[in-house]
Design a protein around this ligand. Structure first.
Ligand code: ATP
Ligand code: F6P
Length: 461
Protein backbone atom coordinates (compact mmCIF):
# COMPACT_ATOMS: atom_id res chain seq x y z
CA UNK A 1 0.00 0.00 0.00
CA UNK A 2 1.40 3.45 -0.87
CA UNK A 3 1.77 5.92 2.01
CA UNK A 4 -0.96 8.09 0.48
CA UNK A 5 -3.43 5.25 0.35
CA UNK A 6 -2.37 4.06 3.83
CA UNK A 7 -3.28 7.52 5.18
CA UNK A 8 -6.56 7.36 3.33
CA UNK A 9 -7.50 4.00 4.74
CA UNK A 10 -6.57 5.28 8.22
CA UNK A 11 -8.97 8.16 7.59
CA UNK A 12 -11.58 5.74 6.34
CA UNK A 13 -11.40 3.48 9.32
CA UNK A 14 -11.59 6.52 11.61
CA UNK A 15 -15.07 6.93 10.16
CA UNK A 16 -15.83 3.56 11.71
CA UNK A 17 -13.92 3.88 14.96
CA UNK A 18 -14.25 6.41 17.67
CA UNK A 19 -10.78 6.55 19.11
CA UNK A 20 -7.71 4.35 18.93
CA UNK A 21 -5.55 4.69 15.80
CA UNK A 22 -4.05 1.22 16.05
CA UNK A 23 -7.24 -0.66 16.67
CA UNK A 24 -7.10 -4.31 15.59
CA UNK A 25 -9.75 -6.99 15.55
CA UNK A 26 -9.43 -10.71 15.02
CA UNK A 27 -12.73 -12.21 13.93
CA UNK A 28 -12.63 -15.84 15.03
CA UNK A 29 -14.97 -18.13 13.11
CA UNK A 30 -16.42 -21.01 15.16
CA UNK A 31 -18.52 -23.98 14.08
CA UNK A 32 -18.63 -27.45 12.60
CA UNK A 33 -17.61 -27.91 8.95
CA UNK A 34 -20.12 -26.86 6.25
CA UNK A 35 -21.78 -24.21 8.42
CA UNK A 36 -21.01 -21.35 6.06
CA UNK A 37 -18.02 -20.00 7.99
CA UNK A 38 -15.86 -19.39 4.91
CA UNK A 39 -18.80 -17.85 3.09
CA UNK A 40 -19.45 -15.44 5.97
CA UNK A 41 -15.71 -14.66 6.21
CA UNK A 42 -15.51 -13.99 2.47
CA UNK A 43 -18.51 -11.68 2.50
CA UNK A 44 -17.21 -9.77 5.51
CA UNK A 45 -13.93 -9.27 3.59
CA UNK A 46 -15.76 -7.91 0.59
CA UNK A 47 -17.75 -5.51 2.77
CA UNK A 48 -14.64 -4.30 4.62
CA UNK A 49 -12.66 -3.83 1.39
CA UNK A 50 -15.56 -1.84 -0.01
CA UNK A 51 -15.68 0.53 2.97
CA UNK A 52 -11.88 0.80 2.81
CA UNK A 53 -10.84 -1.14 5.91
CA UNK A 54 -7.73 -3.28 5.40
CA UNK A 55 -8.74 -6.86 6.15
CA UNK A 56 -7.51 -10.37 5.44
CA UNK A 57 -8.70 -13.94 5.93
CA UNK A 58 -6.29 -16.49 7.43
CA UNK A 59 -7.80 -19.83 6.50
CA UNK A 60 -6.34 -22.60 8.62
CA UNK A 61 -7.49 -25.19 6.07
CA UNK A 62 -5.12 -23.71 3.47
CA UNK A 63 -2.21 -24.00 5.93
CA UNK A 64 -3.19 -27.60 6.75
CA UNK A 65 -3.32 -28.38 3.03
CA UNK A 66 0.44 -27.66 2.63
CA UNK A 67 1.28 -30.82 4.58
CA UNK A 68 -1.92 -32.80 4.01
CA UNK A 69 -3.52 -31.86 0.70
CA UNK A 70 -6.23 -34.53 0.63
CA UNK A 71 -6.78 -36.03 4.07
CA UNK A 72 -9.41 -38.73 4.69
CA UNK A 73 -11.96 -38.28 7.48
CA UNK A 74 -9.76 -40.33 9.84
CA UNK A 75 -7.22 -37.50 9.81
CA UNK A 76 -9.78 -35.46 11.81
CA UNK A 77 -10.45 -38.22 14.35
CA UNK A 78 -9.62 -36.65 17.74
CA UNK A 79 -7.84 -39.89 18.70
CA UNK A 80 -5.48 -39.56 15.75
CA UNK A 81 -2.43 -38.06 17.47
CA UNK A 82 -0.49 -37.32 14.29
CA UNK A 83 -3.58 -35.65 12.79
CA UNK A 84 -4.08 -33.58 15.96
CA UNK A 85 -0.44 -32.48 15.90
CA UNK A 86 -0.60 -31.41 12.27
CA UNK A 87 -3.86 -29.52 12.76
CA UNK A 88 -2.45 -27.69 15.75
CA UNK A 89 0.66 -26.79 13.67
CA UNK A 90 -1.57 -25.38 10.90
CA UNK A 91 -3.50 -23.25 13.43
CA UNK A 92 -0.22 -21.96 14.89
CA UNK A 93 1.16 -21.11 11.45
CA UNK A 94 -1.99 -19.15 10.58
CA UNK A 95 -1.80 -17.34 13.93
CA UNK A 96 1.89 -16.49 13.43
CA UNK A 97 1.21 -15.01 9.99
CA UNK A 98 -1.77 -13.09 11.30
CA UNK A 99 0.25 -11.57 14.16
CA UNK A 100 3.00 -10.65 11.71
CA UNK A 101 0.46 -9.04 9.38
CA UNK A 102 -0.86 -6.90 12.22
CA UNK A 103 2.67 -6.10 13.37
CA UNK A 104 3.63 -4.93 9.89
CA UNK A 105 0.87 -2.34 10.30
CA UNK A 106 -1.02 -3.67 7.31
CA UNK A 107 -4.29 -4.57 8.89
CA UNK A 108 -7.28 -3.62 10.95
CA UNK A 109 -9.42 -6.76 10.73
CA UNK A 110 -8.18 -10.35 10.39
CA UNK A 111 -10.47 -13.33 10.11
CA UNK A 112 -9.20 -16.59 11.54
CA UNK A 113 -11.22 -19.04 9.50
CA UNK A 114 -11.24 -22.49 11.08
CA UNK A 115 -13.65 -24.57 13.14
CA UNK A 116 -12.09 -23.34 16.43
CA UNK A 117 -14.45 -25.85 17.91
CA UNK A 118 -13.08 -26.38 21.41
CA UNK A 119 -12.97 -24.06 24.40
CA UNK A 120 -9.27 -24.81 24.77
CA UNK A 121 -8.56 -23.61 21.21
CA UNK A 122 -10.63 -20.44 21.69
CA UNK A 123 -8.91 -19.66 25.01
CA UNK A 124 -5.53 -19.97 23.29
CA UNK A 125 -6.65 -17.63 20.48
CA UNK A 126 -8.10 -15.13 22.93
CA UNK A 127 -4.97 -15.07 25.11
CA UNK A 128 -2.56 -14.87 22.17
CA UNK A 129 -4.50 -11.98 20.64
CA UNK A 130 -4.93 -10.24 23.98
CA UNK A 131 -1.14 -10.27 24.53
CA UNK A 132 -0.71 -8.61 21.13
CA UNK A 133 -3.39 -5.97 21.88
CA UNK A 134 -5.79 -7.45 19.37
CA UNK A 135 -9.50 -7.53 20.19
CA UNK A 136 -11.34 -10.77 19.44
CA UNK A 137 -14.82 -11.18 18.01
CA UNK A 138 -16.01 -14.80 17.95
CA UNK A 139 -18.59 -15.60 15.27
CA UNK A 140 -20.21 -18.99 15.72
CA UNK A 141 -22.43 -20.51 13.05
CA UNK A 142 -24.71 -23.25 14.34
CA UNK A 143 -26.93 -25.25 12.01
CA UNK A 144 -28.86 -28.45 12.69
CA UNK A 145 -30.81 -28.53 9.42
CA UNK A 146 -29.52 -31.83 7.99
CA UNK A 147 -30.87 -31.14 4.49
CA UNK A 148 -29.13 -27.78 4.36
CA UNK A 149 -25.86 -29.30 5.55
CA UNK A 150 -26.03 -32.05 2.95
CA UNK A 151 -26.79 -29.44 0.34
CA UNK A 152 -23.77 -27.40 1.48
CA UNK A 153 -21.56 -30.48 1.22
CA UNK A 154 -22.74 -31.23 -2.30
CA UNK A 155 -22.63 -27.57 -3.36
CA UNK A 156 -19.16 -26.64 -2.18
CA UNK A 157 -17.32 -29.42 -0.37
CA UNK A 158 -17.19 -32.09 -3.08
CA UNK A 159 -15.45 -29.57 -5.35
CA UNK A 160 -13.02 -28.31 -2.68
CA UNK A 161 -9.29 -28.90 -3.21
CA UNK A 162 -9.54 -31.53 -0.44
CA UNK A 163 -11.47 -33.76 -2.86
CA UNK A 164 -10.20 -32.65 -6.27
CA UNK A 165 -10.34 -35.52 -8.75
CA UNK A 166 -12.33 -37.75 -6.39
CA UNK A 167 -15.73 -39.32 -6.84
CA UNK A 168 -18.28 -36.73 -5.58
CA UNK A 169 -20.45 -39.34 -3.82
CA UNK A 170 -17.50 -40.78 -1.92
CA UNK A 171 -16.28 -37.25 -1.20
CA UNK A 172 -19.66 -36.31 0.31
CA UNK A 173 -19.65 -39.45 2.46
CA UNK A 174 -16.11 -38.77 3.64
CA UNK A 175 -17.00 -35.16 4.45
CA UNK A 176 -20.00 -36.37 6.48
CA UNK A 177 -17.59 -38.56 8.47
CA UNK A 178 -15.24 -35.63 8.90
CA UNK A 179 -18.11 -33.71 10.50
CA UNK A 180 -18.85 -36.71 12.78
CA UNK A 181 -15.26 -36.56 14.02
CA UNK A 182 -15.56 -32.86 14.79
CA UNK A 183 -18.86 -33.48 16.59
CA UNK A 184 -17.01 -35.73 19.08
CA UNK A 185 -15.13 -32.73 20.51
CA UNK A 186 -17.19 -29.70 19.45
CA UNK A 187 -18.16 -27.34 22.26
CA UNK A 188 -20.50 -24.51 21.46
CA UNK A 189 -19.71 -21.12 23.00
CA UNK A 190 -21.48 -21.10 26.37
CA UNK A 191 -21.67 -19.29 29.69
CA UNK A 192 -18.04 -20.15 30.57
CA UNK A 193 -17.07 -17.82 27.73
CA UNK A 194 -19.34 -14.94 28.74
CA UNK A 195 -16.35 -12.63 29.03
CA UNK A 196 -15.69 -12.98 25.26
CA UNK A 197 -17.21 -10.75 22.62
CA UNK A 198 -19.26 -13.06 20.43
CA UNK A 199 -22.17 -13.52 18.09
CA UNK A 200 -23.94 -16.82 17.62
CA UNK A 201 -25.89 -17.30 14.40
CA UNK A 202 -28.38 -20.13 14.69
CA UNK A 203 -29.84 -21.64 11.51
CA UNK A 204 -28.65 -18.91 9.14
CA UNK A 205 -29.46 -16.04 11.43
CA UNK A 206 -33.02 -17.07 12.33
CA UNK A 207 -31.86 -16.66 15.94
CA UNK A 208 -28.93 -14.41 16.82
CA UNK A 209 -27.26 -14.14 20.22
CA UNK A 210 -24.93 -11.21 20.72
CA UNK A 211 -22.62 -10.81 23.70
CA UNK A 212 -20.38 -7.98 24.88
CA UNK A 213 -19.89 -5.95 21.70
CA UNK A 214 -17.59 -3.13 22.75
CA UNK A 215 -16.75 -1.01 19.74
CA UNK A 216 -18.36 0.53 16.68
CA UNK A 217 -16.53 -1.50 14.03
CA UNK A 218 -17.45 -4.80 15.73
CA UNK A 219 -21.05 -3.67 15.97
CA UNK A 220 -21.09 -2.82 12.23
CA UNK A 221 -19.60 -6.20 11.45
CA UNK A 222 -22.09 -8.01 13.65
CA UNK A 223 -24.98 -6.08 12.12
CA UNK A 224 -23.70 -6.95 8.64
CA UNK A 225 -23.18 -10.64 9.46
CA UNK A 226 -26.54 -11.06 11.14
CA UNK A 227 -28.31 -9.73 8.06
CA UNK A 228 -26.80 -12.28 5.66
CA UNK A 229 -29.09 -14.92 4.24
CA UNK A 230 -28.72 -17.64 1.64
CA UNK A 231 -32.16 -17.64 0.02
CA UNK A 232 -31.79 -17.73 -3.77
CA UNK A 233 -32.41 -14.26 -5.21
CA UNK A 234 -31.15 -11.74 -7.75
CA UNK A 235 -30.43 -8.05 -7.74
CA UNK A 236 -31.01 -6.09 -10.94
CA UNK A 237 -29.22 -2.82 -11.57
CA UNK A 238 -30.13 -0.25 -14.19
CA UNK A 239 -29.25 3.34 -14.83
CA UNK A 240 -32.15 5.65 -15.60
CA UNK A 241 -33.14 6.01 -19.26
CA UNK A 242 -31.18 8.59 -21.22
CA UNK A 243 -31.90 12.08 -19.80
CA UNK A 244 -32.03 15.54 -21.37
CA UNK A 245 -28.82 16.34 -19.46
CA UNK A 246 -27.14 13.21 -20.87
CA UNK A 247 -28.02 14.46 -24.36
CA UNK A 248 -26.47 17.86 -23.78
CA UNK A 249 -23.45 16.38 -21.96
CA UNK A 250 -24.26 18.04 -18.65
CA UNK A 251 -23.61 16.30 -15.35
CA UNK A 252 -25.82 16.17 -12.27
CA UNK A 253 -29.12 18.08 -12.25
CA UNK A 254 -32.63 16.74 -12.10
CA UNK A 255 -33.59 16.52 -15.77
CA UNK A 256 -36.39 14.57 -17.41
CA UNK A 257 -35.66 11.52 -19.49
CA UNK A 258 -35.34 11.99 -23.25
CA UNK A 259 -37.57 10.32 -25.84
CA UNK A 260 -35.10 7.47 -26.11
CA UNK A 261 -35.00 7.34 -22.30
CA UNK A 262 -38.78 6.99 -22.30
CA UNK A 263 -38.51 4.16 -24.86
CA UNK A 264 -36.13 2.41 -22.44
CA UNK A 265 -38.54 2.96 -19.55
CA UNK A 266 -41.30 1.31 -21.62
CA UNK A 267 -39.01 -1.58 -22.50
CA UNK A 268 -37.75 -2.18 -18.95
CA UNK A 269 -40.59 -4.53 -17.83
CA UNK A 270 -39.96 -6.75 -20.88
CA UNK A 271 -36.19 -6.63 -20.38
CA UNK A 272 -36.64 -7.71 -16.78
CA UNK A 273 -38.85 -10.64 -17.82
CA UNK A 274 -36.33 -11.56 -20.50
CA UNK A 275 -33.57 -11.66 -17.88
CA UNK A 276 -35.39 -14.51 -16.13
CA UNK A 277 -37.70 -13.90 -13.20
CA UNK A 278 -38.79 -17.13 -11.50
CA UNK A 279 -42.55 -17.59 -11.27
CA UNK A 280 -44.31 -15.99 -8.29
CA UNK A 281 -41.24 -13.92 -7.51
CA UNK A 282 -41.86 -10.59 -5.85
CA UNK A 283 -39.37 -7.88 -6.77
CA UNK A 284 -39.11 -4.56 -4.99
CA UNK A 285 -38.23 -1.51 -7.10
CA UNK A 286 -35.79 0.99 -5.62
CA UNK A 287 -35.18 4.37 -7.25
CA UNK A 288 -33.46 7.57 -6.21
CA UNK A 289 -35.50 10.70 -5.50
CA UNK A 290 -34.53 12.24 -8.85
CA UNK A 291 -37.01 12.52 -11.71
CA UNK A 292 -35.01 10.51 -14.23
CA UNK A 293 -35.01 7.30 -12.14
CA UNK A 294 -38.64 7.68 -11.06
CA UNK A 295 -39.71 8.21 -14.69
CA UNK A 296 -37.64 5.19 -15.76
CA UNK A 297 -39.34 2.92 -13.21
CA UNK A 298 -42.84 4.24 -13.93
CA UNK A 299 -43.95 1.60 -16.46
CA UNK A 300 -42.27 -1.16 -14.51
CA UNK A 301 -44.26 -0.22 -11.43
CA UNK A 302 -47.51 0.16 -13.40
CA UNK A 303 -47.18 -3.14 -15.29
CA UNK A 304 -46.01 -5.33 -12.45
CA UNK A 305 -47.59 -3.73 -9.39
CA UNK A 306 -44.31 -4.32 -7.53
CA UNK A 307 -43.74 -2.28 -4.39
CA UNK A 308 -41.55 0.80 -5.00
CA UNK A 309 -39.27 2.72 -2.66
CA UNK A 310 -37.48 6.02 -3.30
CA UNK A 311 -34.13 6.46 -1.54
CA UNK A 312 -32.29 9.76 -1.14
CA UNK A 313 -29.14 7.68 -0.61
CA UNK A 314 -29.46 6.50 -4.24
CA UNK A 315 -29.26 10.04 -5.66
CA UNK A 316 -26.36 10.69 -8.05
CA UNK A 317 -22.94 11.76 -6.77
CA UNK A 318 -23.26 15.44 -5.92
CA UNK A 319 -20.99 17.39 -8.26
CA UNK A 320 -21.23 20.61 -6.19
CA UNK A 321 -20.21 23.73 -8.12
CA UNK A 322 -19.87 21.63 -11.28
CA UNK A 323 -23.51 20.54 -11.25
CA UNK A 324 -25.09 21.34 -14.60
CA UNK A 325 -21.77 21.79 -16.45
CA UNK A 326 -20.33 19.61 -19.21
CA UNK A 327 -16.93 17.93 -18.71
CA UNK A 328 -15.56 20.40 -21.27
CA UNK A 329 -16.81 23.36 -19.23
CA UNK A 330 -15.40 21.89 -16.02
CA UNK A 331 -11.99 21.43 -17.69
CA UNK A 332 -12.09 25.08 -18.77
CA UNK A 333 -13.42 26.62 -15.55
CA UNK A 334 -11.68 24.41 -12.99
CA UNK A 335 -8.63 22.94 -14.80
CA UNK A 336 -6.84 22.02 -11.56
CA UNK A 337 -9.88 20.28 -10.17
CA UNK A 338 -10.41 18.49 -13.46
CA UNK A 339 -6.83 17.16 -13.39
CA UNK A 340 -7.03 16.30 -9.68
CA UNK A 341 -10.16 14.24 -10.32
CA UNK A 342 -8.40 12.27 -13.05
CA UNK A 343 -5.41 11.75 -10.77
CA UNK A 344 -7.49 10.19 -7.99
CA UNK A 345 -11.10 9.91 -9.05
CA UNK A 346 -12.17 7.80 -6.07
CA UNK A 347 -11.08 10.37 -3.49
CA UNK A 348 -11.61 13.61 -5.40
CA UNK A 349 -14.45 15.57 -3.81
CA UNK A 350 -16.19 18.19 -5.99
CA UNK A 351 -16.17 21.65 -4.40
CA UNK A 352 -19.32 21.72 -2.36
CA UNK A 353 -20.10 18.19 -3.48
CA UNK A 354 -19.06 14.58 -3.03
CA UNK A 355 -16.36 12.06 -3.87
CA UNK A 356 -16.88 8.40 -4.73
CA UNK A 357 -15.64 7.65 -1.20
CA UNK A 358 -18.43 9.85 0.19
CA UNK A 359 -20.97 8.01 -1.95
CA UNK A 360 -19.80 4.63 -0.64
CA UNK A 361 -20.25 5.86 2.95
CA UNK A 362 -23.78 7.07 2.27
CA UNK A 363 -24.57 3.80 0.47
CA UNK A 364 -23.62 1.66 3.46
CA UNK A 365 -27.21 1.45 4.78
CA UNK A 366 -28.34 0.54 1.25
CA UNK A 367 -25.90 -2.39 1.21
CA UNK A 368 -27.07 -3.49 4.68
CA UNK A 369 -30.67 -3.36 3.50
CA UNK A 370 -29.80 -5.20 0.27
CA UNK A 371 -28.19 -8.01 2.27
CA UNK A 372 -31.41 -8.38 4.30
CA UNK A 373 -33.63 -8.21 1.23
CA UNK A 374 -34.48 -10.74 -1.44
CA UNK A 375 -35.20 -9.68 -5.07
CA UNK A 376 -34.61 -6.01 -5.77
CA UNK A 377 -34.32 -3.94 -8.94
CA UNK A 378 -32.42 -0.71 -8.43
CA UNK A 379 -32.84 2.11 -10.91
CA UNK A 380 -30.15 4.63 -10.17
CA UNK A 381 -27.28 6.71 -11.57
CA UNK A 382 -23.87 6.10 -13.12
CA UNK A 383 -21.65 6.80 -10.07
CA UNK A 384 -24.01 5.18 -7.56
CA UNK A 385 -24.43 2.11 -9.74
CA UNK A 386 -20.63 1.80 -10.02
CA UNK A 387 -20.36 1.81 -6.22
CA UNK A 388 -23.08 -0.81 -5.72
CA UNK A 389 -21.68 -2.96 -8.51
CA UNK A 390 -18.19 -2.68 -6.99
CA UNK A 391 -19.51 -4.07 -3.71
CA UNK A 392 -21.06 -7.14 -5.34
CA UNK A 393 -18.26 -7.79 -7.79
CA UNK A 394 -15.38 -6.89 -5.46
CA UNK A 395 -13.99 -4.20 -7.75
CA UNK A 396 -11.02 -2.32 -6.23
CA UNK A 397 -11.63 1.30 -5.23
CA UNK A 398 -9.21 2.75 -7.76
CA UNK A 399 -10.97 0.97 -10.64
CA UNK A 400 -14.62 1.40 -9.72
CA UNK A 401 -15.06 5.09 -10.76
CA UNK A 402 -13.79 4.27 -14.24
CA UNK A 403 -16.06 1.32 -14.97
CA UNK A 404 -18.30 1.41 -18.00
CA UNK A 405 -21.97 1.03 -17.12
CA UNK A 406 -23.84 1.93 -20.30
CA UNK A 407 -27.30 3.44 -20.41
CA UNK A 408 -30.20 1.23 -21.52
CA UNK A 409 -28.66 -1.93 -20.13
CA UNK A 410 -30.02 -4.13 -17.37
CA UNK A 411 -27.48 -5.92 -15.17
CA UNK A 412 -28.61 -9.01 -13.29
CA UNK A 413 -26.49 -10.12 -10.34
CA UNK A 414 -27.13 -13.48 -8.71
CA UNK A 415 -25.18 -14.32 -5.54
CA UNK A 416 -23.80 -17.87 -5.49
CA UNK A 417 -21.92 -19.75 -2.73
CA UNK A 418 -18.51 -18.27 -3.52
CA UNK A 419 -19.17 -15.48 -6.00
CA UNK A 420 -21.71 -13.42 -7.88
CA UNK A 421 -22.92 -14.34 -11.35
CA UNK A 422 -23.46 -11.43 -13.73
CA UNK A 423 -25.65 -11.18 -16.84
CA UNK A 424 -26.15 -8.04 -18.93
CA UNK A 425 -29.19 -7.38 -21.10
CA UNK A 426 -29.07 -4.56 -23.63
CA UNK A 427 -32.36 -2.93 -24.56
CA UNK A 428 -31.30 -2.25 -28.14
CA UNK A 429 -32.35 1.41 -27.83
CA UNK A 430 -29.62 3.91 -28.71
CA UNK A 431 -28.37 6.38 -26.13
CA UNK A 432 -25.36 8.63 -25.66
CA UNK A 433 -22.35 7.21 -23.87
CA UNK A 434 -21.67 9.17 -20.69
CA UNK A 435 -18.44 7.32 -20.05
CA UNK A 436 -15.39 9.59 -19.98
CA UNK A 437 -11.86 8.25 -20.30
CA UNK A 438 -8.99 9.68 -18.20
CA UNK A 439 -7.79 13.00 -19.58
CA UNK A 440 -10.70 13.43 -21.96
CA UNK A 441 -13.33 16.15 -21.87
CA UNK A 442 -14.97 14.98 -25.10
CA UNK A 443 -18.69 15.49 -25.58
CA UNK A 444 -21.06 12.60 -24.96
CA UNK A 445 -21.33 10.53 -28.14
CA UNK A 446 -24.09 8.29 -29.38
CA UNK A 447 -23.30 4.65 -28.92
CA UNK A 448 -24.85 2.24 -31.36
CA UNK A 449 -27.64 -0.04 -30.31
CA UNK A 450 -26.54 -3.65 -30.12
CA UNK A 451 -28.36 -6.94 -29.89
CA UNK A 452 -29.91 -7.93 -26.61
CA UNK A 453 -27.70 -10.98 -26.19
CA UNK A 454 -26.73 -11.36 -22.56
CA UNK A 455 -23.01 -11.04 -21.89
CA UNK A 456 -22.17 -13.31 -19.00
CA UNK A 457 -19.27 -12.97 -16.62
CA UNK A 458 -18.73 -14.55 -13.25
CA UNK A 459 -17.28 -12.58 -10.37
CA UNK A 460 -15.95 -13.63 -7.01
CA UNK A 461 -16.79 -12.36 -3.59
P1 ATP B 1 -15.32 -25.76 6.59
O1 ATP B 1 -15.22 -25.81 8.08
O2 ATP B 1 -15.27 -27.09 5.93
O3 ATP B 1 -14.37 -24.78 5.96
P2 ATP B 1 -17.47 -23.81 6.38
O4 ATP B 1 -18.25 -23.73 7.65
O5 ATP B 1 -16.43 -22.77 6.16
O6 ATP B 1 -16.83 -25.25 6.25
P3 ATP B 1 -18.52 -23.02 3.85
O7 ATP B 1 -17.43 -23.55 2.98
O8 ATP B 1 -18.57 -21.57 4.04
O9 ATP B 1 -18.54 -23.81 5.23
O10 ATP B 1 -19.94 -23.56 3.33
C1 ATP B 1 -20.61 -22.84 2.35
C2 ATP B 1 -22.03 -23.35 2.27
O11 ATP B 1 -22.71 -22.99 3.50
C3 ATP B 1 -22.78 -22.66 1.16
O12 ATP B 1 -23.51 -23.68 0.48
C4 ATP B 1 -23.72 -21.69 1.86
O13 ATP B 1 -24.96 -21.56 1.18
C5 ATP B 1 -23.94 -22.32 3.22
N1 ATP B 1 -24.14 -21.37 4.32
C6 ATP B 1 -23.86 -20.06 4.35
N2 ATP B 1 -24.17 -19.51 5.54
C7 ATP B 1 -24.64 -20.53 6.30
C8 ATP B 1 -25.10 -20.62 7.65
N3 ATP B 1 -25.14 -19.52 8.43
N4 ATP B 1 -25.50 -21.84 8.10
C9 ATP B 1 -25.43 -22.91 7.31
N5 ATP B 1 -24.99 -22.90 6.03
C10 ATP B 1 -24.61 -21.74 5.53
O1 F6P C 1 -23.27 12.03 -16.88
C1 F6P C 1 -24.13 11.28 -16.11
C2 F6P C 1 -23.70 11.25 -14.64
O2 F6P C 1 -24.65 10.43 -13.93
C3 F6P C 1 -23.55 12.62 -13.94
O3 F6P C 1 -24.74 13.16 -13.44
C4 F6P C 1 -22.51 12.32 -12.87
O4 F6P C 1 -21.86 13.49 -12.37
C5 F6P C 1 -21.56 11.44 -13.64
O5 F6P C 1 -22.38 10.63 -14.50
C6 F6P C 1 -20.75 10.50 -12.76
O6 F6P C 1 -19.79 9.89 -13.59
P1 F6P C 1 -18.21 10.32 -13.50
O7 F6P C 1 -17.87 10.06 -12.06
O8 F6P C 1 -17.53 9.40 -14.47
O9 F6P C 1 -18.07 11.78 -13.85
Amino acid sequence: MSSKSAIRSQQQHKVFMASSEDYKICVVMVGLPARGKSLIAGKAMRYLAWVGIPAKVFNVGSYRRHATPQPAATFFDPHNEEGERMRRAAAEAAMTDMLQWFQDGKGVVAVLDATNSTKERRKWIYETCHKADIETLFVESICDDEDLIMNNILEVKTTSPDYKGQDPELAALDFRNRIRNYELVYQTIDDDEKSFTYVKLINVGSTVIINQIKDYLSSRLVYYIQNLHIKPRSIWLSRHGESEFNLSGKIGGDANISERGEAYARKLPELLRQSGVPENTKIVIWTSTLKRTIQTARHLKAETGYEKLEWKALDELDSGVCDGLTYEEIAEKYPEDFAARDEDKYNYRYRGGESYRDVVIRLEPIIMELERSENVIIVTHQAVLRCIYAYFMNVPQEQSPWMEVPLHTLIKLTPRAYGTEELRFKANIPAVSTWRGKGSSAKHQDFPAEGSEPASTAGTH
